[in-house]
Design a protein around this ligand. Structure first.
Ligand SMILES: CCCCCCCC/C=C\CCCCCCCC(=O)SCCNC(=O)CCNC(=O)[C@H](O)C(C)(C)COP(=O)(O)OP(=O)(O)OC[C@H]1O[C@@H](n2cnc3c(N)ncnc32)[C@H](O)[C@@H]1OP(=O)(O)O
Length: 254
């Protein structure tokens, strides 16, 4: 394990000279100036370098009018025009989403020996568009907010006609976990305290809003509400704690 770790870290360092890979490497090593920069870099990843990578946060044919409308709402604020007519970065940033961050982070060289080569990100492992988790995340750095727009597919049924509580928890973990990573670098979920207030109809689109509460040393506390897209219905309320970890400890635990 130690040998693989050494190889991994040196491989990460050498790979980080390639700009497109730097973003993914930084996500795992925390060795670059800021996570904001990381996500900005990911946004501009040139696809030809990773021909098999697919950004799952792009709209697809399964997206209904509600998720499309919310997507357009936040996406239109990712780039704004100045009074002089110049384009500049807006308050929101769309986060791309891949099913194999680790493989891409290392070029698939060393981690495949540590972690099963068939591993896939849980929320992105069902191929049929619209069948399970359709979502896109946006972050607002100035306001320390992250928003997930989530359309729940038919494979996520719990109570008849409604979304399984575990699937809802998965999405809360995904949004708050990504947000905490954005704020604090590599983290693990210590707790998610979820109050389920009203069921989510299968097929509907909901907003998952994560807000930074406070940071104390290695601990990042977040608040997260899941609501209907017009905000009129509260589905869940969550308090979450993420603890910063070093990547080497994480891999040794695995
Ligand atoms: C690395 C992930 C990065 C994600 C990157 C995403 C990028 C985008 C790509 C794709 C998006 C997908 C996004 C998905 C995200 C999903 C994230 C997960 O689901 S993670 C899996 C579930 N979580 C576990 O399996 C943790 C298991 N637990 C542990 O490993 C440890 O307990 C850990 C790391 C949480 C803490 O262990 P210690 O040994 O490092 O630290 P100690 O000393 O125990 O705690 C540090 C402080 O935190 C408090 N603390 C720890 N656990 C607590 C708890 N449950 N409640 C209250 N306080 C707690 C302690 O009291 C201590 O506080 P005092 O510093 O003394 O003030």
């Amino acid at each position: 394990m130690a040998k693989y770790l050494g190889q991994l870290l040196s491989s990460l360092k050498s790979l980080s000279s390639v700009p497109a890979i730097r973003a993914h490497v930084a996500l795992w090593t925390g060795s670059f100036s800021s996570w904001t920069h990381t996500f900005r870099s990911i946004k501009t990843l040139p696809l030809p370098i990773f021909p098999k990578s697919w950004d799952f946060s792009q709209p697809n044919s399964s997206w209904g009018p509600e998720i499309m409308q919310m997507y357009e709402h936040y996406n239109s604020q990712c780039e704004v025009e100045t009074e002089e007519g110049e384009k500049k970065a807006g308050p929101w940033r769309r986060l791309p989403s891949y099913n194999r961050s680790l493989k891409f982070a290392t070029g698939g060289v060393y981690l495949s020996k540590i972690i099963q080569s068939k591993a896939r990100l849980f929320t992105r492992n069902i191929k049929e568009p619209g069948a399970a988790f359709e979502y896109v995340l946006f972050v607002n750095e100035a306001e320390q907010r992250c928003v997930g727009i989530f359309q729940a597919g038919h494979l996520l049924e719990g109570p008849p006609g409604h979304v399984h509580g575990g699937a809802i928890a998965t999405m809360i973990d995904t949004v708050t976990g990504t947000h905490a990573t954005f704020l604090s670098g590599p983290v693990m979920t210590a707790y998610l305290n979820i109050n389920y207030r009203s069921p989510i109809p299968l097929g509907s689109t909901v907003l998952i809003e994560s807000l930074m509460d406070k940071k104390e040393g290695r601990k990042t506390f977040l608040l997260c509400n899941v609501t209907s897209t017009d905000g009129s219905k509260l589905h869940t309320e969550t308090t979450a704690l993420f603890v910063s970890v070093s990547v080497s400890n994480l891999i040794q635990k695995g």
